[in-house]
Design a protein around this ligand. Structure first.
Ligand code: 5GP
Ligand code: ZN
Length: 116
């Protein structure tokens, strides 16, 4: 999978439609097409990076930016006080299905633990 045929690169480029809830120069956030909770938002960097384990130490702040935006969206969607879960799935056993780094923001209901 390269950036050219990546689904989330398509969403970032607006060639694939999505319900966008945040965008800035570096990141875009949109509603998950198959929500697992009343609030399920995906936050991605515009730049293609296949998986979190590819993150170089020099670009560690990228994950911080994903979290900051997820926190902002959580406040705006009024789930900040009740609580929410942030998830990054990595590779097959992590449950990753789209190979463009993304952070899941899940909320609006109590979450279970262990996550399964
Ligand atoms: P992963 O399993 O890789 O951690 O998460 C990928 C997420 O992308 C899944 O929750 C899935 O529902 C979502 N997804 C897959 N295809 C699309 C799509 O075309 N549009 C949107 N908005 N979400 C998608
Ligand atoms: Zn991509």
């Amino acid at each position: 999978m390269t950036a050219a045929d990546c689904l989330f690169c398509g969403i970032a480029a607006k060639t694939v439609p999505a319900r966008v809830v945040h965008e800035d120069d570096a990141l875009i956030a949109f509603e998950d097409i198959r929500p697992q909770a009343p609030v399920h938002v995906i936050v991605i960097p515009r730049r293609h990076l296949a998986r979190v384990s590819d993150l170089a130490p020099a670009e560690a702040s990228l994950v911080g930016q994903l979290v900051v935006v997820a926190n902002q969206v959580a406040r705006r969607l009024e789930i900040a006080e009740s609580g929410y879960r942030l998830v990054i799935n990595c590779n097959a056993h992590g449950g990753q299905t789209v190979y463009h780094l993304h952070l899941h923001l899940l909320g609006g209901r109590p979450m279970q633990w262990p996550p399964g």
